[in-house]
Design a protein around this ligand. Structure first.
Ligand code: MG
Length: 268
């Protein structure tokens, strides 16, 4: 029995050495996504989701730049993280209420179309987060309208855009709407097998989910899924995501992440 076990262990070791990349071959590379653009840059002056923050992310040549999309009551897609702006609920108010507001860098909030006009100028991948809406129907409408906007800007291309959402309904809707695109679920409460069974081919979870479930990273990779971690800012947390082998790190500190990744950084 011992001999059989030893032979099995040797076979497993040989198999694993065959699977390991040979010396000199490129190791696992990890992409950096700027969270809400590179809003900590001087140019953006702290304005998250601003066009300046997108430009700043493009300027430092990171793989991707993330942004959030809300839907106003009159069906205008607005780039904004919170469901409110200056106390007004976006889904209950028309765009005319928001277009007169100012971000901290002096620009006004942008529509998705305006934002994509900047996005189309550079190869930086647009990591498009579609936010929860008050009904499933409104969430699905947001996804439909976002896809139409991407088509208008010649950005409906899986190499240019990936989708992320906390809404499982939106992710499932996108899976039907945008076949071939990377769609990452954000909430962190579903394992890779559950996601793939629902047609969702990626996970973008709060980083501690992957320290608790490193096996989800391995399983996702076995299933051909992509793994992204948010929002990873402290050096020790960035290092732990490098160690666990995610495919992408979403961060407010892209240059710190770059420094820690070194030659392991995946660039577009
Ligand atoms: Mg977001």
């Amino acid at each position: 029995m011992k001999r059989i076990l030893a032979a099995a262990a040797l076979f497993a070791a040989l198999l694993s050495s065959c699977n390991n990349a040979p010396k000199g071959a490129p190791e696992h590379k990890i992409a950096i996504t700027a969270h809400r653009g590179y809003w900590l840059s001087g140019e953006a002056n702290g304005a998250q989701n601003s066009i300046e923050s997108l430009k700043a992310a493009q300027a430092i040549d990171v793989w991707g730049s993330e942004f959030d999309v809300q839907l106003t009551a009159d069906d205008v897609m607005m780039v904004n993280h919170d469901e409110t702006r200056e106390g007004l609920l976006i889904w209950d108010n028309p765009w005319s209420e928001f277009e007169k507001m100012k971000l901290s860098d002096g620009e006004r909030p942008s529509t998705l179309d305006e934002y994509l006009s900047q996005g189309e100028k550079d190869k930086c991948v647009l990591v498009c987060e579609l936010k929860y809406q008050k009904t499933t129907e409104r969430g699905n409408l947001l996804a439909d309208l976002a896809v139409d906007a991407l088509k208008r800007h010649n950005l409906f291309d899986p190499s240019r855009v990936i989708f992320i959402s906390f809404s499982y309904e939106i992710c499932k809707h996108l899976a039907g709407l945008a076949p071939g695109f990377t769609i990452q679920y954000l909430s962190g409460d579903k394992d890779p097998d559950t996601l793939i069974a629902d047609g969702i081919n990626g996970m973008d979870y709060y980083f501690s989910v992957f320290t608790e479930h490193p096996e989800w990273v391995a399983r996702a990779h076995e299933l051909g899924m992509s793994v992204n971690a948010w929002t990873v800012d402290r050096a020790e947390d960035i290092q732990s995501m490098i160690d666990v082998g995610v495919d992408c790190i979403t961060t407010n500190y892209p240059l710190r992440t770059r420094e820690l990744l070194g030659a392991k950084e995946l660039r577009k």
